[in-house]
Write a protein that binds this ligand. Structure first.
Ligand SMILES: [Zn+2]
Ligand SMILES: [Zn+2]
Length: 629
């Protein structure tokens, strides 16, 4: 099923120069495949008469050669290209894709994900870099599609392990710069600004940047020119004919590439379940102006993604119409906004921005607060406002709060909690998607189909989504007559290999989640997580004793200390019995010159564990600490 049936598509063709990837094959329904030879011949002849497309640059299709006269039964195959997703498949977050050919390799994006509910105390999740580090001699560089966290958030951690040039558009690299500075590695990193339609060489491959629309300016897709053919990697995109900033997605270039022949398309799947088109970001502007017009006498608070620069621009524009000042709350929001202002991606009238510390001096009806927390993130500014823990903002019935983002699947509960609290404080909260308050940054079904139709790839690989999103995306591709055996729903770590003729799943490399806890990378393993869960559920009991090593006599203790174990305060008796039990276990097992503390500790743990469980039906974590004197 993983193999393409057309193994000999160029058999018996005239010996002209031919292209390895032939888009025409794809549009034949799968059922015609067994009898393709005749059709192939026709196509081959037709192509032979056609003039070769002009080469825009030397790197396109670098290995086009005359068909070898030998091996007549074999189609023209090239050095294999390996496409390896290291993150971003079967999840929303931590996008990272590897392209490898001969002795060269480069990376597309290096993002982060936010932890699941059960990852206690974990701040961030990044991809596993093992395979990259192992092959770092081959690594030529990193290209970035755009500046969202799920595409650049893991970069600083990667650059600490492999120092290679990073290529991206101006705003993307502006945002990266801030991160590298925070990590103290900006000076040792090489960042190179690339314009759309420019190309970066990565050994035997090269990467062409193509403008797309998205919820952040300066987003790009890539056309990756390899010996095996052209691969298009969309990054996040949508089609917006009236973008707030920057140009329209470069549909012409996608079409051009499609005409010349695209070997494979990797396309994002976030909104593959949604029919139709994503509305233009401009629609949001009208909605904002409406709400602002009807908010007389009220302070307005708008929560949105910190990275949605277009949205922030429209909030600023609406505020300007109504003569309101704008204050910004939330560290990530302030960072992104500052970068965008510095690089001229956002226009703010002079004197309009006020420091959040100084909002007390401005009448509520003349103020707009833009804040993070649209996903209900517990530590975000909006959540702190909701729980009345925000330093500068107290919610009152004088507030109109607009949550201008749809909850990412899984965040609905968190958002609901925040909305409830804000409403309890008397605020008027607008949060439903039906108000057009949010327009997605991702392509819906019609746009996804447009991308497939324009590029007409031989192979199709849905990326950037959970399984259900990728599956839906596959259905769309099937509707457009991409044969099922040419569509690959892969997983992180899968190696997809193509020689320009076939594509197959050829192996597996290390891929997974690395958990980041504060500044530590990867020091939180499954054991630590299990312990944290255990502690969170049942608490901790510590048994402390001091022992004279030479005599094996107990010098002090055992004392029982507990944290988070509910039964302690009520039950003096339970603790006394525990102490007595520990004393007897120790006395029984202590000998002069004892060395095997591990055995004794385990005996203490087991005895106390089953005793506590028999009394309370709880299993707190038990930690014996023995001090040798
Ligand atoms: Zn994005
Ligand atoms: Zn993304």
């Amino acid at each position: 099923m993983l193999k393409n049936n057309n193994q000999n598509p160029q058999e018996q063709k005239p010996k002209e120069k031919i292209r390895p990837a032939k888009p025409q094959q794809n549009r034949r329904p799968a059922k015609q495949q067994p009898r393709q030879t005749a059709a192939k011949q026709e196509q081959g002849a037709a192509r032979a008469k056609k003039p070769q497309p002009k080469r825009k640059n030397e790197n396109q299709q670098p290995r086009q050669t005359a068909k070898a006269p030998v091996a007549n039964t074999k189609a023209k195959r090239s050095a294999p290209l390996r496409i390896i997703p290291l993150g971003g498949l079967n999840e929303i977050g931590k996008n990272m894709y590897l392209y490898e050919c001969s002795n060269d390799m480069f990376i597309v994006d290096c993002g982060l994900a936010f932890p699941d509910d059960d990852m206690l105390g974990v701040d961030l999740v990044i991809p596993d870099f093992t395979y990259v580090v192992k092959n770092k001699d081959k690594l030529r560089g990193i290209v970035l599609t755009h500046g969202h966290e799920d595409h650049i958030g893991g970069l600083a951690y990667l650059l600490k392990k492999v120092n290679v040039p990073v290529y991206g558009t101006r705003l993307t690299l502006g945002l990266v710069e801030g991160k590298l500075r925070e990590h103290g590695i900006l000076n040792q990193c090489t960042l190179k600004v690339i314009q759309p339609r420019q190309t970066v060489k990565m050994g035997c491959m090269c990467v062409e940047f193509i403008r797309v629309n998205h919820s952040i300016p300066d987003a790009c897709a890539f056309a990756i020119h390899t010996p095996a053919g052209v691969v298009i990697h969309t990054g996040d995109f949508k089609v917006d004919y009236t973008p707030i900033e920057g140009g329209i997605i470069d549909l012409a270039r996608f079409g051009e590439l499609g005409n010349k022949g695209v070997l494979a398309l990797l396309s994002e799947s976030t909104n593959a379940e949604r029919p139709g088109y994503t509305m233009s970001e401009r629609r949001v502007g009208a909605t904002f102006r409406n709400f602002f017009a009807n908010a007389e006498g009220k302070r307005i608070i708008v929560a949105t993604f910190s990275s949605n620069i277009h949205r922030i621009q429209q909030i600023i524009d609406s505020a300007a119409i109504h003569g309101r000042k704008v204050a910004v709350s939330g560290r990530s929001m302030i960072n992104v906004l500052q970068t965008a202002i510095d690089l001229n991606y956002i226009r703010v009238p002079k004197g309009m921005l006020v420091d959040i510390d100084k909002i007390g001096k401005i009448p509520p009806e003349e103020l707009v607060i833009v804040t993070t927390g649209s996903q209900g993130e517990p530590m975000s500014a909006l959540s702190r406002m909701a729980s009345n823990e925000h330093r500068q903002v107290t919610i009152t019935p004088q507030d109109l709060i607009i949550i201008s983002a749809n909850p990412i699947p899984g965040n609905e509960k968190l958002v609901g909690r925040v909305v409830n609290e804000l409403m309890k404080a008397g605020a008027n909260v607008i949060y439903e998607a039906m108000y057009d308050v949010h327009v997605s940054g991702h392509a819906c079904q019609d746009e996804l189909k447009m991308m497939i139709s324009l590029t007409r790839p031989k192979f199709f690989i849905p990326i950037h989504g959970e399984y259900k999103h990728m599956f839906k995306h596959k259905e769309l591709a099937l509707q457009l007559n991409i044969p099922e055996e040419n569509i690959f729903i892969a997983d992180n770590g899968n190696v997809l290999e193509t020689d320009g003729v076939d594509m197959k799943l050829s192996g597996q490399v290390t891929a997974g989640r690395v958990l980041i806890d504060g500044l530590g990378v990867g020091d939180v393993g499954s054991v630590v997580l299990r312990d944290r869960k255990h502690l969170a559920q049942d608490g901790l009991i510590i048994v402390v004793a001091a022992i004279n090593k030479a005599t094996g006599k107990i010098m002090s203790g055992p004392d029982i200390v507990s944290r988070g174990f509910v039964y302690v305060r009520e039950s003096e008796e339970l603790m006394d019995e525990s102490r007595a039990l520990m004393l007897s276990v120790m006395e029984k097992n202590l000998t002069p010159n004892i060395r095997e503390w591990g055995t004794l500790k385990n005996l203490m743990k087991d005895a106390l564990g089953s005793f506590i469980f028999s009394k309370t039906r709880r299993s707190p974590m038990i930690l014996p600490i023995i001090m040798e004197l």
